[in-house]
Design a protein around this ligand. Structure first.
Ligand SMILES: Nc1ncnc2c1ncn2[C@@H]1O[C@H](COP(=O)(O)OP(=O)(O)OP(=O)(O)O)[C@@H](O)[C@H]1O
Length: 659
């Protein structure tokens, strides 16, 4: 391949000529002039990925070495994609560049320095299901000390996790978090705090961190250890952050520390697309970042994604509290206006959408180019039934993560007790798979095992010395695993599956076949890792997009159904947004909590996913005009997003009723 960008050896630090062909003026300025503390505000479809890619290419062209660059992205897939693109553009080996999500970067730091914080470096990572299990244990043990009446007031583990996760990410006190997330629980705040303390204890006992701990602990490490912070930060001459609008306060502080020596912190994002406040993302990060002294601001506003008719409409939907921007369309017109479609009720809405999709298929549009977006999952149920009835295949983007499905978690639990014999949650999962073992026996076995562990040097010996005459299979399997713990993870999975789990699946699951395929897929993924620790670590930090379950019919082309949150960063030729009714979208609960801003941003994200055709579908009988027993009702007049759209920009369709 020709030497594309520059000649480092000859010390020629000029702007590569072809940059000017690949980037528009605003993009080029951002790429070349961003330094120090810089904020690049990128409108939807304006080429954020391209700007980051070329920024890195530019830095390399200026003699910066890949290992001195840190790139933080929202998903690992996008980190990989960007690094690959940089490599293609520059022809430079980018393997020493650090790139990944916040959790990956924190994991990398913590594996080296966890001891400083009182953990072993081989700590395990609790995924969200594990955290739930552990929080349930903490909650139930605490509830044991309460009266029946008191116990009734305690929320479930999911709610508690939501509150403490929010507190961790926003660096707020638990009290503030309760007030923000679930003010109705303020009377039991004290109990929540005690349960949380107990949860922290349980985690430490098993040497584990949950996802929030990884962030908070990294911050603590950097904040309280000057030497370590300086050592890490001196490596990163440039720190780049993508999707900055969805970072939390903890994350902002982490990248500020990581760039504290060389002070080059370039953040890219769109304040109008900040949609994760419920898990601690802080819209205000953009504003705070901008208010800092000597910050450089860049705007990139040409939209390469959508036809001019859609871009024009987007300009009217820019959320109220946004940095001022005006999107300019790049593409030429098809002369098709976006549609606002009024239907009578949910059933007629579903009929309309199915008909529309069939028409699009007839026009030759591929299913992969069509998406249906909605504010929350429940709004898609009727439509799913209709699609099933018409045999239209669809994929749901926001389902359970592959690694959180029951069968995958079962297999992983075996591996986790090999990697960390103190992992109580995984022990309970494993033991309960064996016939005849209930809560009592399980506690007895683990208790004995832990006592033995004090006495014997290896987990193998500790397990060997438990009396398990009644459960010979269990004994064989666990002993085999401890004996072969250094084998590669694939061999261990295959062993567990063939010796035990295959039969378990056949006996217990109607859909054993597709679950078996998933386990084969897990085994295939495991073959890429040499050690068990590395495999477990990578899997806990992986995202849904990277690991798809092994569906039988993966080859069938499908339309996409997703919540707007799941559609972040994606695009389709035809986008249909359903149930844009006051109370549904914008969501009534969010409005009650005075979160109209975020609803506006969500709607903006939804609309800006469309490349060629956009349909905004509403019902006469939405949530606020209850139908079929839907009882949610708010007295105030709720805002209707379609009111913001000038009539001349859209075509109105009325389906199935007359006013
Ligand atoms: N200078 C350019 N010339 C031509 N096409 C471009 C240019 N910059 C970006 N594009 C194209 O525009 C499209 C949108 O870019 P990208 O997906 O990076 O958008 P984005 O800024 O991440 O959008 P969003 O925030 O809405 O998800 C891509 O197909 C990209 O190749």
């Amino acid at each position: 391949m020709e030497e594309k960008v520059f000649n480092i050896k000859r010390n020629e630090y000029t702007i590569p000529e072809f940059f000017k062909e690949e980037l528009d003026d605003e993009q080029l300025k951002a790429v070349i002039n961003s330094k120090g503390r810089s904020l690049i505000i990128a409108g939807p479809g304006s080429g954020k990925t391209r700007v980051i890619t070329y920024k890195i290419a530019y830095l390399l062209s200026q003699g910066i070495r890949p290992e001195n660059i840190l790139l933080v992205t929202f998903t690992r897939a996008s980190a990989k994609e960007m690094i690959e693109r940089v490599k293609n553009v520059t022809n430079v080996d980018t393997s020493s560049l650090t790139a990944g999500t916040f959790h990956h970067i924190c994991n990398m730091i913590l594996r080296r320095y966890a001891k400083v914080l009182g953990y072993d470096n081989n700590f395990s990572i609790l995924d969200s299901e594990d955290s739930k299990d552990l929080m349930r244990i903490a909650k139930n043990e605490y509830k044991g000390n309460l009266t029946k009446e008191e116990a009734k007031q305690i929320p479930n583990e999911g709610v508690i996790l939501k509150i403490v996760g929010y507190a961790a990410n926003t660096l707020k006190s638990l009290r503030e978090a309760v007030l923000d997330v679930a003010p109705y629980l303020i009377d039991v705040e004290d109990d929540i705090e005690k349960i949380y303390m107990h949860y922290i204890d349980l985690k430490q006992k098993i040497n584990a961190m949950d996802y929030d701990d990884m962030l908070v602990n990294t911050l603590r490490l950097l904040e309280t250890n000057d030497d370590i912070r300086n050592h890490i930060a001196s490596k990163y001459k440039w720190v780049l952050v993508d999707e900055f609008q969805d970072t939390s306060l903890v994350q902002l502080r982490i990248v500020e520390f990581l760039s504290s020596v060389h002070k080059n912190l370039i953040v890219v994002g769109d304040d109008s697309q900040s949609i994760y406040s419920f898990r601690g993302s802080r819209f205000e990060n953009v504003e705070d970042f901008q208010n800092h002294e000597n910050v450089k601001l860049f705007k990139i506003q040409t939209n390469y994604r959508s036809v001019p008719e859609i871009v024009e409409l987007e300009n009217y939907l820019i959320p109220t509290h946004s940095i001022p921007k005006k999107l300019k369309p790049f593409r030429s017109s098809f002369n098709i206006k976006p549609k606002i479609v009024k239907t009578y009720d949910e059933l007629e809405q579903a009929d309309f959408v199915v008909q529309l999709i069939e028409n699009k298929f007839n026009e030759g549009i591929s299913p992969e180019d069509i998406a249906i977006l909605y504010r929350s999952h429940s709004l898609s149920m009727t439509l799913q039934q209709k699609l099933d009835a018409r045999k239209i295949s669809y994929k749901l983007l926001s389902g359970k993560r592959f690694i959180e499905t029951r069968h995958i978690k079962d297999i992983m639990a075996f591996l986790k007790i090999v990697a960390n014999p103190f992992d109580n949650i995984s022990w309970s999962r494993v033991l309960k798979l064996f016939p005849g073992i209930g809560q009592k026996t399980m506690t007895k076995i683990t208790k004995e095992f832990y006592t033995n562990l004090m006495e014997y040097t290896t987990p193998y010996d500790a397990f060997e010395n438990i009396n398990l005459k009644k459960y010979p299979k269990l004994k064989d399997i666990i002993l085999y695993l401890y004996e072969n713990e250094t084998e590669n993870p694939q061999d261990l999975i295959d062993y567990i599956y063939l010796e035990f789990y295959k039969e378990y699946l056949e006996l217990n699951f109607k859909d054993a076949y597709s679950r078996k395929l998933d386990i084969e897929r897990l085994s295939e993924i495991a073959s890429r890792y040499e050690t068990l620790d590395k495999f477990l670590e990578e899997l806990a930090l992986s995202e849904n997009i990277e690991i798809q379950g092994a569906e039988k019919d993966r080859k069938v082309e499908k339309i996409t159904l997703t919540t707007v949150h799941g559609a972040k960063g994606l695009e389709w030729k035809v986008v249909i947004i359903i149930s844009v009714n006051p109370g549904d979208f914008p969501n009534g609960m969010a409005l009650k909590d005075k979160k109209l801003d975020e609803e506006e941003r969500l709607f903006y994200v939804a609309v800006t996913r469309a490349k060629d055709e956009l349909y905004i579908v509403k019902q006469l009988t939405g949530t606020t005009k209850p139908y079929y027993g839907n009882s949610f009702y708010i007295k105030q007049k709720l805002p209707d997003f379609t009111d913001k759209i000038p009539k001349r920009l859209v075509e109105y369709w009325k389906i199935g009723y007359t006013e």
